[in-house]
Design a protein around this ligand. Sequence first.
Ligand code: ATP
Length: 193
Amino acid sequence: MSTPVKESRPIVISGPSGVGKGTLIQKLFEEFPNTFAFTVSHTTRAPRAGEIDGKDYFFVTPSTFADLISQGAFVEHAKFGGNQYGTSQKTIADQTAKGLIVVLDIEMDGVRQIQANPNIKARYVFIKPPSFEVLEKRLRGRGTEKDESIQKRLAQARVELDYAETGVHDKIIVNDNLQEAYEELKKFVFDSN
Ligand SMILES: Nc1ncnc2c1ncn2[C@@H]1O[C@H](COP(=O)(O)OP(=O)(O)OP(=O)(O)O)[C@@H](O)[C@H]1O
């Protein structure tokens, strides 16, 4: 079922690794399968078990990634946890042209770059953990990262949380109770302009 929306500006969802962005976005897509669209990011990181090239990410080598940067293909690209991630201008334009609302799940440097890009008029949501301790617990509980990667993500999380304090996002949602956070996200997506 598709739901009428007031506008089709892309929604940029950011927040520290492990805070629950993927979980919230998945719920939104499940409830409204014909309203939203993902853009498939490019990354130099290795696929996790079950991830499919071209669906979850375009998995590329560092050299291909560098070529795409020099061609100006990305609206944002960033290095995180030793790997590079980028969103192409084309993937956003293609989905918006279909009448879908693009949902972007990106981290802080990417948010900054999109905010500086006059061609993209997005709305910005920050997902915040109830506490740093809870964030660490979720990240460990997910079981996808080695300890070194968890430490990197937690260090980056502090920087992300400080950035959110500067008031650059349109909406900040604390993901404590998942259902409540999801309701807040839906309200923002469908109600505000
Ligand atoms: N409100 C919540 N309460 C308890 N656990 C949660 C909540 N939201 C998400 N989780 C759990 O926390 C873990 C991290 O969630 P998720 O993978 O969605 O994070 P993420 O922000 O997408 O991380 P990354 O940026 O690394 O992809 C998952 O195991 C998820 O099930």
